[in-house]
Design a protein around this ligand. Structure first.
Ligand SMILES: C[S@@+](CC[C@H](N)C(=O)[O-])C[C@H]1O[C@@H](n2cnc3c(N)ncnc32)[C@H](O)[C@@H]1O
Length: 532
């Protein structure tokens, strides 16, 4: 199971159509994708283009409540796991392997998500008590315990659920970075909201402007000796420290602050001293907190009502998340041009969050969504279309965000069951795949019209990659092939003579010593040549 992501076949993504919002809607991102298909295959298909390039992942997988009707369907060989195929995953007590099934479903998908995430990226995963313990361990294993950022608690409802023994008011959102140590700004501070700004006043007409007062004492744990003293106020009143506290400044510094009128003793000068914190002096931002209140990021019920408004009062999807929740997480972890991936897309709330954020902040965030069920078109893509064009009527009308997306299905596999190339996918797709497996960065890849050779696949300062492939005949690496290469074209373009050559062909007619002497690595094209 832990290596199942390796067994999943590489498939090509088949573009079905492009959607662009109506004229007159705002400018918004159009480089978005919605993929209909199992995310195990869809994520694998995204690797060649997007490995290490996704800035933020938000996923909301099945919680494994026993009521979602999800089935384990991965094409695995292990006979113990095969027994689970297609079976409905049941409730606690009824289905003793339900946690194993969920883990087997999630593990390879999280492995692929890890590969897709950029080094500076962040993943958020919504979950509840059914699987939080398992999920934390899996994420620790795949992303590394050192990359754990936090477990957010989201207040998902505001009213009490009286039918239950205990009313569950929250879900969790687990958050990990790809490389926390190397990215100090993984989570960004939030701009100050109106309530926070309202705490700044200027009752003493301080020429330095608006301020609020903060405690002048701190916990005494790490204090030095000169932070313990009796403070004398300007009116002569003595202020002793409460037990277990110290002053935040030494006596000298504190007295200077008092002379400078930066310590506040209340309107009559008799109150416990507090420090004045100036609005201008602080960068106006708030450190994000671990509790996400419904008043700030909305509730499940609101999300359902919002979705109903989009679909003319029809309830089309049972478990949507509020777009405000996702937008909040995106603000914490992404820049304006971020690429965001949601591989359990459901009703497409992540796309709604991205588009709405772009519309309100002028950003250009992009999204990729994957959804396996047939409603990928009728609910996921349809919601996105409606959000882009606008929906609702009269006073309830919501104007469009603009934007566009390409809709894909997961297409044919690149390899047949005998591990040979499926040549029906075409030469360009095969070349792209080989370039990906050889780790040739996009900027080093060559087109078939390049001047070195029509078979050149990529060139770096030291390596020239060649893919000597013809659909209808066998190719042989020999001296004639090498003589045809126009290496001078590289030198004329300011490049260097390659020290190594990686050459794919069906056969090789050159001796091992010759290959070694000229730095040539021969790789056989994996295809069935018995047909020629
Ligand atoms: C809890 S819902 C997500 C809801 C979404 N966050 C929203 O706000 O609408 C989980 C979604 O993941 C989809 N899903 C489950 N397994 C999947 C898979 N293997 N590949 C792609 N989608 C999958 C389900 O069909 C379902 O729509």
């Amino acid at each position: 199971m832990v290596n199942h992501h390796h067994d999943v076949p590489f498939r090509l993504l088949d573009k079905q159509y492009t959607f662009t919002a109506n004229d007159g809607t705002p400018t918004n991102s159009t480089a978005n994708r919605i993929i209909h298909g199992d995310n195990l295959e869809a994520l694998k298909s995204l690797l060649p283009e997007f490995e290490g390039k996704v800035n933020c992942i938000y996923i909301d997988p099945p919680y494994n409540t026993g009521e979602e009707g999800w089935r384990y369907n991965d094409n695995v060989n292990d006979p113990k796991i095969k027994k689970w195929l297609g079976q409905l995953v049941g409730k606690e007590g009824e289905d003793l392997s339900r946690h194993d099934k969920w883990l087997c479903m999630m593990f390879p998908r999280l492995k692929l998500l890890h590969r897709l995430l950029a080094n500076s990226g962040v993943i958020f995963v919504s979950i509840d008590d059914n699987e939080i313990a398992t999920l934390r361990l899996v994420l620790d294993e795949i992303f590394g315990a050192a990359n754990f950022v936090t477990t957010f608690i989201w207040e998902k409802r505001k009213n009490r659920e009286n039918r239950k023994m205990i009313s569950s008011r929250h879900d969790y959102v687990l958050c990990y970075g790809k490389n926390k140590a190397a990215n100090k700004n993984l989570i960004k501070p939030l701009p100050m909201d109106e309530a926070a700004l309202a705490r700044y006043t200027n009752i003493d007409n301080d020429p330095r402007g608006l301020w609020k007062s903060d405690p002048a004492t701190a916990q005494a744990g790490h204090a030095t000796e000169n932070q313990f003293y009796v403070l004398t106020a300007p009116n002569g009143k003595k202020h002793s420290l409460p037990s277990g506290r110290c002053w935040i400044y030494t006596e000298d510094v504190m007295n200077e602050m008092i002379r400078d009128e930066k310590i506040w003793f209340g309107a009559h000068g008799n109150n416990v001293p507090r420090v004045k914190t100036y609005l201008d002096a602080k960068d106006r931002s708030l450190v994000p907190e671990t509790i996400l209140f419904a008043d700030d990021v909305s509730t499940n019920e609101n999300a359902k009502n919002d979705l109903k408004r989009i679909f003319h009062a029809e309830s089309v999807f049972e478990t949507p998340k509020p777009k405000e929740l996702v937008a909040h997480l995106l603000k914490l972890a992404t820049n304006n041009d971020a690429l965001i991936l949601d591989s359990f897309a459901g009703s497409g709330c992540t796309a709604d969050a991205v588009l709405t954020l772009n519309k309100t902040t002028g950003s250009n965030r992009r999204f990729i969504l994957c959804e396996t069920l047939d409603y990928a078109e009728t609910i996921t893509a349809e919601r996105v279309r409606r959000v882009m064009n606008g929906y609702g009527e009269g006073s309830k009308a919501v104007s469009g965000t603009g934007g566009g997306f390409d809709y894909y299905t997961v297409g044919v596999a690149l390899f047949n069951e005998d591990n040979n190339l499926n040549e029906e996918v075409g030469e360009n797709a095969i070349r792209d795949y080989v370039a990906y497996t050889e780790n040739i960065p996009a900027e080093m890849q060559c087109s078939k019209e390049g001047s070195v050779s029509r078979y050149a696949l990529g060139v770096s300062d030291t390596v020239l990659w060649l893919f000597y492939y013809e659909l209808d005949h066998i190719t042989t690496l020999n001296l004639d092939f090498l003589a045809e290469l126009n290496i001078n074209a590289l030198l004329e373009n300011g490049g260097k003579r390659p020290e190594q050559f990686v050459i794919y062909a069906d056969k090789c007619a050159l001796e091992k010593d010759f290959l070694y002497k000229h730095g040539i690595t021969f790789k056989r094209i994996p295809r069935d040549i018995t047909r020629f």
